[in-house]
Design a protein around this ligand. Structure first.
Ligand code: PMP
Length: 327
C-alpha cells in the first residue's frame, strides 16, 4: 500500500504521535515514550575515548569504527581493589598477545596506558570495582580486509565501582549454571570483543534462573563459561579445570588460582571433564576477574555435592588476594 509521506510517523520529538496500520486503517497510537537514558551511563562520570576524557553519557565512537562494524577488536577487564589494579601485569601481557594475534598495533606505550587506567579510576572515584579497556582496529571505510597501514587503533577505557559486599553474599549462597553446546569459533583464546555466542548463552542462563552458562564441546566436555573459566573438585578431591589450549580463554584469575592451589598443597588436574562428571562432582566453581572464585551449587538443576558452596571453593576464594599482584 502507498503511504503518503506526510502520514509516515512524525519526527517532531517526544510529544509526537505515532501512526500505525491496523487492518487496512491508519490509526493514531499513543504518544511514544520518551527514551529514558540508561542510568548506568550517567553514573559513569568519565570515559577515556581516543585521547580524551569525556562524560559517560557523551562518550561515543565513530559509526565506521571496526569494533562496531566487525567486532574487530580486543578487550580486558581488571579487578580494582582498595584503589589498586589486580594483576595488571598479567592483563597487559594477555592484551599484548590478543592484539598480536589479530595484528593490531599497540596504540600507546604500556606506561602511558597505565596512566590512562589510573586516571579513569581517579575520575570515576573507583576504589573497588572494575576497569574495562577496549582496543579496536580503528575507523575506516567499511571493507572487511584490513584498512590502510597507519589507521590508528581506537582505545576506550571505562571504570565502574562494584558492590563487593553483594558479591560476597552471592558467593556465600553459590550460583546455578546451565550447560549449552559450545558454538563459538576456534580462537576463543583471543580476548576479542566478538561475544555474540557468549551473550546468547548468558541470556539463556538468565531466562532459566541461572547466573552462568557453561559451554560443552562436541565430545561432551565442558570448555568454559560465557564469561568465566569452569572448575570442579573431583570425587577424589582433586581440583580439575580444562587445559588452556585453544578451547578456552586463558583466564588471569585461573592462572593466579593455579598458584593458590599449589601453595595450599591441593592437587590440580588440568584435563577436560564431562558434564556428567560435573553433575557428580564434590564441588564446582567458576573464576573471573570480576567474580573471583564463585561457588556453583547447581548445574542443569542438579545439586552439586550437598547443594551448598564447597569448602575448597570457599577457601580458594578467601586466599585469592594473597597471591594476586596489586599495583
Ligand atoms: N572465559 C571467558 C569467555 C571470559 O569472558 C572470561 C572473563 N573475561 C574468563 C574466561 C575469565 O578470565 P579472567 O579471569 O581473566 O577474567
Amino acid at each position: 500500500m502507498f503511504l503518503p509521506r506526510m502520514l509516515t510517523p512524525a519526527r517532531k520529538g517526544p510529544a509526537a504521535n505515532a501512526i500505525a496500520l491496523a487492518g487496512n486503517q491508519l490509526v493514531c497510537t499513543s504518544a511514544p515514550r520518551t527514551p529514558q537514558p540508561d542510568r548506568s551511563l550517567i553514573l559513569l562520570r568519565s570515559a577515556y575515548v581516543n585521547g580524551r576524557y569525556v562524560p559517560g553519557d557523551r562518550a561515543v565512537v565513530h559509526i565506521e569504527d571496526r569494533g562496531y562494524q566487525f567486532s574487530d577488536g580486543v578487550y580486558e577487564v581488571c579487578e580494582v581493589r582498595d584503589g589498586c589494579i589486580i594483576d595488571e601485569r598479567r592483563h597487559m601481557a594477555r592484551l599484548a598477545r590478543s592484539l598480536d594475534e589479530l595484528r593490531i598495533a599497540m596504540p600507546m606505550s604500556a606506561s602511558a596506558l597505565g596512566i590512562v587506567l589510573r586516571e579513569c579510576l581517579r575520575r570515576n572515584r573507583v576504589r573497588d570495582g572494575i576497569l574495562y579497556l577496549q582496543i579496536t582496529r580503528g575507523v575506516a571505510r567499511r571493507d572487511h580486509a584490513f584498512p590502510a597501514p597507519g589507521t590508528k587503533p581506537s582505545v576506550v577505557v571505562t571504570a565502574r565501582s562494584m558492590d563487593f559486599a553483594a558479591n560476597e553474599r552471592t558467593a556465600a549462597e553459590g550460583i546455578a549454571v546451565i550447560t549449552l553446546p559450545d558454538n563459538r569459533w576456534e580462537r576463543v583464546d583471543i580476548k576479542s570483543v566478538s561475544l555474540l555466542p557468549n551473550v546468547l548463552a548468558k541470556q539463556a542462563a538468565r531466562e532459566q534462573g541461572a547466573k552462568e552458562a557453561w559451554f560443552v564441546d562436541r565430545h561432551g566436555h565442558v570448555t568454559e563459561g560465557s564469561s568465566s573459566n569452569a572448575w570442579i573438585v573431583s570425587k577424589e578431591g582433586k581440583v580439575v579445570t580444562r587445559p588452556a589450549g585453544k578451547g578456552i580463554l586463558r583466564g588471569i584469575t585461573r592462572g593466579v588460582l593455579i598458584d593458590v592451589i599449589a601453595a595450599h598443597g591441593l592437587e590440580l588436574e588440568e584435563r577436560p571433564f564431562t558434564t556428567e562428571e560435573a553433575y557428580g562432582a564434590r564441588e564446582a566453581f567458576l573464576t573471573s576477574a570480576s567474580q573471583l572464585v564463585l561457588p556453583v551449587v547447581r548445574i542443569d538443576d542438579r545439586p552439586i555435592g550437598n547443594g551448598a558452596p564447597g569448602s575448597i571453593a570457599t577457601a580458594l576464594r578467601a586466599k585469592f588476594h594473597q597471591h594476586a599482584e596489586r599495583t
